[in-house]
Design a protein around this ligand. Structure first.
Ligand code: NAP
Length: 295
């Protein structure tokens, strides 16, 4: 049982964890912080938090666990602000979508307290944001990846592991590098592609006309382009190397497809499309495999 949980960033990810733990009676009190008083009030009114703090310093005071669920670009500043106000044994964890950058920020700003920092990433979400998007079952039967590093205290990892299990998640541990590479392929690259396609179509003069004839496939593919722009800017810049490497590979494949279409090379197209269909049909036959992916 967590006595006092502080949630910094009470949107979809932070709010859903608070609601899930409250529903399971796994937490006594949730204190929340967001920059805007309107967001804090929403979180209070929705029963996500019991108390809205006016500052990060106030939110983390005497907390047993602090969950940081702000856009990745804001994490460093949040760690810096909380650092002088943490109690000796307070455990800190986060929900950031790429881990190396967040860990570097925590190491820089948490100082001695870095040993109590457990990097984490819930592989769950929707394209919606803010407290109103939060719901208590978001993490049920979804995966949460923890990427503890050499300095991380095992007892801190254990507390965070148990917290996520109480919220209904399956918890896995991975190395930071493996996490950032895998998520770049399964989540970050697809978001970049969807944003690019929808953005490209939106610039056309006949955009409304084009979209009128969009079929289900376009709806499926484009859903993730409704995700929050700030969050995805921060993920792209925060997991730069892995995303750039995949974009290079993707561009090569696209060039080859372009050349095959130009030169009427139907065999090449059949080869690529059939290989992709076979891979998807066999590997993703279990829908839970893809439902688990972030947003
Ligand atoms: P969200 O719904 O937009 O919520 C973000 C929250 O952080 C809001 O309460 C926002 O309120 C607050 N915030 C923003 N900047 C802040 C700052 N500088 N200081 C303090 N609070 C700040 O975002 P989310 O979807 O929950 O994402 C949160 C984190 O989870 C991100 O790091 C993201 O990479 C990760 N994640 C997201 C998903 C997903 O599918 N959405 C999945 C897994 C992980 P104010 O604007 O009022 O400050």
């Amino acid at each position: 049982m967590i006595k006092r949980l502080a949630v910094i960033g009470v949107g979809l990810i932070g709010g859903s964890l608070a609601l899930a733990l409250k529903k399971k009676a796994a937490v006594d009190e949730v204190v929340g912080y967001a920059r805007s008083s309107e967001v804090r009030k929403q979180a209070l009114d929705l029963g996500i938090i019991d108390y809205a703090a006016d500052s990060i310093a106030e939110a983390v005071r005497e907390a047993d666990v602090v969950f940081v669920a702000v856009p990745m670009g804001a994490m460093a500043q949040v760690f810096e602000e909380m650092s002088p106000h943490l109690s000796a044994q307070t455990i800190i964890t986060d929900g950031g979508s790429a881990k190396a950058q967040v860990i570097a920020a925590a190491k820089q700003f948490l100082g001695e307290h870095f040993q109590f920092f457990v990097p984490g990433h819930p592989i769950a979400g929707t394209e919606k944001s803010g407290p109103t998007a939060a719901f208590s079952s978001l993490y049920e039967d979804h995966r949460v990846v923890l990427t503890p590093v050499e300095e991380t205290r095992p007892e801190a990892t254990k507390v965070v592991d148990e917290m996520w299990r109480k919220a209904g998640a399956e918890v896995f541990e991975m190395s930071v590098e493996q996490h950032d590479t895998v998520l770049a392929a399964t989540s970050h690259l697809p978001h970049v592609l969807a944003f690019n396609l929808v953005g490209m179509l939106a610039q056309r003069d006949d955009c409304d006309e084009v979209l009128r004839y969009a079929a289900g496939g376009f709806r499926d593919f484009s859903r993730i382009a409704s995700s929050d722009a700030v969050m995805w800017r921060d993920i792209c810049l925060g997991n730069r190397e892995a995303i750039l490497s995949l974009l290079g590979q993707y561009r090569q494949g696209l060039n080859q497809l372009e050349e095959a279409i130009r030169s009427d090379n139907g065999d090449y197209l059949i080869d690529v499309f059939a290989r992709a269909k076979k891979a998807r049909d066999s590997r993703f036959a279990d829908p839970s495999l893809i439902d688990n992916s972030e947003v």
